[in-house]
Design a protein around this ligand. Structure first.
Ligand code: ZN
Length: 146
């Protein structure tokens, strides 16, 4: 992700406070407010409260739109979890429960799930639908987000 600003701003995975950090140090960085690690190797749970802060930070945000009743979503869950380990700190990964946060799912016209949408600077830049293997997801994100 050579075109990212340095230092960049990113939202804390726990309290969503925007932190300004140097790229070389962000992987080990801690939130200036709550002292949580800025990267935890797993997706952030996205809600109406924190979605805008994560989507609008300098890091690309990869979102898994899912629902509890959806079999392919459950199949995708461990893959998406592993993708967080593979893609951080170049990306932030987040999960959005389309039942709990229906307004956000509607805003992006998410119909089939799982749907993965990649955001940069608050805008959708790519999306893909259906469960996929880890390597395919990681390659897709890197290609689309680079
Ligand atoms: Zn924090």
């Amino acid at each position: 992700m050579s075109d990212l600003p340095d230092p960049l701003t990113l939202a804390c995975p726990v309290c969503a406070t925007r932190n300004r950090v140097e790229r070389a140090r962000m992987a080990e960085g801690r939130c200036g407010k709550c002292r949580s690690a800025l990267f935890e190797g797993r997706p952030v749970v996205l809600t109406a409260e924190n979605f805008g802060k994560h989507a609008g930070s300098d890091l690309p945000l990869l979102v898994d739109f899912w629902a509890e009743w959806c079999g392919p979503c459950r199949q995708m869950a461990p893959v998406f979890e592993a993708a967080a380990g593979a893609l951080e700190p170049d990306f932030r990964l987040g999960k959005l429960d389309t039942e709990a946060e229906a307004a956000i799912a509607a805003r992006y016209a998410v119909q089939a799930i799982p749907t993965m949408i990649l955001f940069r600077n608050g805008r959708e830049i790519a999306r893909t639908m259906g469960a996929m293997p880890l390597q395919a997801l990681v390659s897709w994100a890197r290609q689309a987000g680079g």
